[in-house]
Design a protein around this ligand. Structure first.
Ligand code: NAD
Ligand code: TYD
Length: 355
């Protein structure tokens, strides 16, 4: 089995590459443009493995992608490459349309040609797995039931609208051209190797360095947290055993307010590495101007993947968070260069103003 993974140098893509190569013995062809969010150091555990190979390539070039498919002959494609940060999509939506919409279109066109050239078992085996987000379902009121696979799409941000568009393209290419696709929509991931502009690594590293911990609005927005290694296992399951044309919601069954997440990080860090002055890190929490159009809540019903494919999240949030914080403490050589480079700019939690 050989899988072409796009975005394999990103947070989730690198976890997928590590899981496929190390745990499942599957050959992986990683196709990644290496944007600011990529880090080849996240692939060190597999980079010398003969099952792993890498092509630096923009997914928006369908001819180049087709050439890679023809030479590498993958059995499946797992398409993760995307622009993934909501705040960046608000500041500059164009690259989100380019990468997430046009890039997915380009991937689908390359896959359509490649699949049309396959014969026999290789043609039957082929799958195009599109990795998407629960944010396509939009703002979930606090008193409403969880997102299921049939919840209508209602994306709110440029990011989620671009992902919703890409989901529609994938379904249309299945319906119209018969390409064997599967989709998955997951909740907020956390875990090792996450770029420190996202809430959990940003707050962890700011707290470690005694910097303010920016909480948007009142911190009462709710997200459903999924450990990236649980997610990688779900993705491998969907890619290989998902039913053609189906989508699968993947969640952690771990709904938390942002404030509860930030407070938990403070408490875990205080226990693992007390501040020299002995003060609690909760003192660093700073409520800042809210994100425009900030969705109140996302929460996934993952009973379909549990019942049909036998996957279930394996960690509690508290265990996963403590492990993640331990990982950041032990891997400063991974995150220090990113922090040093990006603090020169306006990102990584310095964009909002204190309320
Ligand atoms: P990420 O931002 O960490 O990584 C994205 C990767 O895609 C990077 O390695 C980047 O270099 C690559 N990439 C971007 N544009 C490219 C292009 N034009 N050509 C080739 N490669 C390109 O993202 P992530 O958090 O790992 O998310 C992966 C996927 O999962 C995305 O599709 C995202 O929408 C989805 N998702 C993420 C989350 C989450 O919590 N992180 C939740 C739901 C869904
Ligand atoms: P994020 O990690 O950006 O993921 P998403 O927006 O895709 O859910 O943010 C998670 C939640 O944390 C979201 O409700 C916004 C909030 N947030 C903050 O309160 N402060 C921050 O500095 C960041 C980056 C996010």
């Amino acid at each position: 089995m050989k899988i072409l993974v796009t975005g394999g140098a990103g947070f989730i893509g690198s976890a997928v590459c590590r899981h496929l190569v190390k745990d499942l013995g599957t050959a992986v062809v990683n196709v990644d443009k290496l944007t600011y969010a990529a880090n080849l150091d996240s692939l060190k555990p597999v980079s010398e493995n003969p099952l792993y190979s890498f092509h630096r390539q923009d997914i928006c070039d369908p001819e180049a992608i087709l050439a890679i498919m023809r030479s590498e002959k993958p059995d499946a494609v797992m398409h993760l490459a995307a622009e993934s940060h909501v705040d960046r999509s608000i500041d500059g939506p164009a690259i989100f349309i380019e990468t997430n919409v046009m890039g997915t279109y380009s991937m689908l066109e390359a896959a359509r040609t490649y699949w049309s050239e396959l014969e026999g078992p290789a043609r039957d085996r082929f799958r195009f797995h599109h990795i998407s987000t629960d944010e396509v379902y939009g703002d979930l009121p606090f008193d409403e039931s969880l997102f299921t696979e049939t919840t209508p799409y209602a994306p709110s941000s440029p990011y989620s609208a671009s992902k919703a568009s890409s989901d529609h393209l994938v379904r249309a290419w299945n319906h119209t051209y018969g390409i064997p696709v599967v989709l998955s929509n997951c909740s907020n991931n956390y875990g090792p190797y996450q770029f420190p502009e996202k809430l959990i690594p940003l707050v962890t590293l700011n707290a470690l360095e005694g910097k303010p911990l920016p909480v948007y609005g009142k911190g009462d927005n709710v997200r459903d947290w999924l450990h990236v290694e649980d997610h990688a296992k779900a993705l491998a399951t969907v890619a290989t055993r998902g039913e053609i044309g189906h989508s699968y919601n993947v969640g952690g069954r771990c709904e938390r307010t942002n404030l509860a997440v930030v407070e938990a990080i403070c408490d875990i860090l205080d226990a693992q590495l007390p501040r020299p002055d002995g003060l609690p890190r909760r003192n660093l929490i700073s409520f800042v101007t809210d994100r425009p159009g900030h969705d109140r809540r996302y929460a996934i019903d993952c009973s379909k993947i549990e019942a049909e494919l036998g996957w279930t999240p394996s960690r509690t949030f508290e265990e996963g968070l403590a492990d993640t914080i331990r990982w950041y403490l032990a891997n400063e050589d991974w995150w220090r260069p990113i922090r040093d480079k990006n603090y020169a700019g306006q990102r990584l939690g310095t964009g909002s103003t204190k309320t």
